[in-house]
Design a protein around this ligand. Structure first.
Ligand code: DHB
Ligand code: FE
Length: 284
């Protein structure tokens, strides 16, 4: 049986990708951001998974107002880094895991979560920046990655509760896969930020840190928090944080296992317009 060994949570700020790609990580502005991931890069080497199930949001790159899947699973053999207007990032092509992805689609859809199946898709900063933060600049990503895109851009977006329940269904799906694969699940996006309108530039550090506390200790309670609180307290793009509940819902304590170990926690303001948050939780 496959199992989920750990969950990783991180912001996905596009300027972080640009700083890496243009050799600016040593600049004073960026140093403290990347310092927060030194532990994580070593941890990735020491805890290399067989597959990463990467929950992220597409930013009108692969999808648009013409087609808005709430939950979309990438079942292809590979996914190219997208051109988001400045050319594609110079990062490796993402190798998928069509067998596990198809199994998860089968299991989760039979478990009453309707997923969109995606056999061709370019992946934007929502997916590639977390990989860069955790893996650095390798020739190839360390393992296959299953992209799982969530609509948090165009309302109606899924509730925290639905995301948390979906995470539980994903854990059941992984655990019913025959091969003994070590799977990590990543939840990405956030933390507080707002890119437009009168409140552009909003950051709410106390709220972000309370979110991290509660995600660790009381994810079921956090999953009941309505959208309006995310938007009011963490800004219009703070809603990306509901995706973290998918990864958290897949941890074994939610199904009665021991509490996860907090291996790493990091918070920093600012990176571009965003508060950066990061957690690594290992299943006990
Ligand atoms: C920024 C953050 C995001 O999450 C994003 O998708 C785009 C831009 C920013 O901080 O500029
Ligand atoms: Fe984003």
């Amino acid at each position: 049986m496959a199992r989920i060994s750990a969950s990783v949570y991180t912001s996905h700020v596009p300027a972080i990708g640009a700083a890496i790609d243009h050799g600016k990580t040593g600049e004073d502005y960026w140093k403290p951001v990347f310092a927060g991931y030194d532990f994580s890069k070593q941890w990735m080497k020491d805890n290399k998974p067989d597959v990463i199930f990467l929950v992220y949001n597409d930013h009108a790159t692969a999808f648009s107002l013409e087609l808005i899947p709430t939950f979309a699973i990438g079942t292809a053999a590979q996914f190219k880094p997208a051109d988001e207007g400045y050319g594609a990032r110079p990062v490796p092509t993402v190798i998928g895991h069509p067998e596990l992805a198809s199994h998860i689609a089968q299991s989760v859809i039979q478990d009453d979560f309707d997923l969109t199946i995606v056999n061709r898709m370019d992946v934007d900063h929502g997916l590639t920046v977390p990989l860069s933060l955790m893996c650095g600049q390798p020739e190839a990503w360390p393992c296959p990655v299953i992209p799982f895109a969530v609509n948090v851009v165009q309302y109606p977006v899924p509730s925290g509760r639905r995301c948390f329940q979906l995470g539980q269904a994903i854990r059941r799906a992984v655990e019913s896969y025959d091969e003994p694969l070590n799977v990590q699940i990543w939840g990405t996006g956030g933390m507080s930020h707002q890119l437009q309108g009168a409140r552009a530039g909003l950051i709410n550090a106390p709220w972000d840190n309370a979110f991290l506390d509660r995600l660790i200790a009381d994810p079921a309670g956090q999953s009941e928090v309505p959208h309006v609180e995310y938007v009011r307290e963490a800004g219009s793009e703070g809603i990306e944080l509901v995706m973290w509940l998918i990864a958290r819902g897949a941890m074994s304590d939610v199904a009665g296992g021991p509490a996860p170990m907090v291996r790493h926690r990091f918070y920093h303001v600012p990176a571009s317009n965003t508060a950066v948050g990061h957690l690594i939780l290992e299943n006990g």
